[in-house]
Design a binder for this molecule. Sequence first.
Ligand SMILES: [Zn+2]
Length: 329
Amino acid sequence: MTMPIDMAARHTHRPMRSFLIATCVFLPACAANNWDAIEADSRGCAGDEISVCGRLFHTGTRVVLWSEPGGYDAYSDAPAFPDELRGWSFAPGRRYSTRRTAPAVVKASGVWHIQDLQAVVDQFVIHYDVCGTSRQCFRVLHDLRKLSVHFLLDVDGTIYQTLDLAERAWHGTRANDRSVGIEIAHIGAYPRAQHRALLEWYRVDENGPYVRFPKRIKNTGVRTPNFVARPSRAELVAGNIQGQDLWQYDFTDQQYAALAKLTAALAKIFPRLRVDYPRTPEGQLRTTALGDDEFRQYSGLIGHYHVQTNKTDPGPAFDWDRLLCEVRQ
Ligand SMILES: [Zn+2]
């Protein structure tokens, strides 16, 4: 049985792969459950662990924690890329909420245990970042916009965790309190197949389309050397989201594979998180935002466009059925 760290002390006691400082709050031995099977030891040597209430859990895919070299630290009060502010001034202060709306037991103790968090978290919000790389996304969220998200998923399938899941990240308005969020590196969906952004970001060679990062991006931050990001499907995907016709290239195979592993781990840790997406009465993918009552009742995977009427991510190319299929495997 491992020990939860005191979340009130988490700014000085962040989980580290090399050492995890845990306070001595012992829980009684509990019955076997889904998350026990994937809990890692506190050293987190495998490199695939995510942090939930200070405890580490295996995902089976590469995860870089905020405390690791090259990680993205949403707790930091300093800009991640001070040389790239270019006319913006970095405003210190919170980019997340230190507490979700807490059950009474948490309010009294100030400590989040996994069991408390499980009572609160039941949605996993999927975004694309319109930045194209996780490095660029973190720069925009953290250095420029004072926003946050728990996970970034880069083009090569590397996942970055920027905050413990006990924190309320600021990524999806009405979903923030009850959700985990992920920003997938992708330049987005557009109202024309010949849109300037698509022409700028994609080239085609004998193997099909691939991402050619614009020259203005001096450092992509992609960890896999010489990685070529190819959309999983060669053709542009057209579809209608929130009543708009949009065109978009698909995500990479590496992104789908990593997202499926992460989703499977989250579904084990959070029993209320259903592995499904919002559907129409006919059982098809819903492509508009949920009404207030529907949203309140919905638990499961959810696109940003299901949360807000002014959003279209993760776009028409995101293959929800593929994700469900890979999660269930
Ligand atoms: Zn979004």
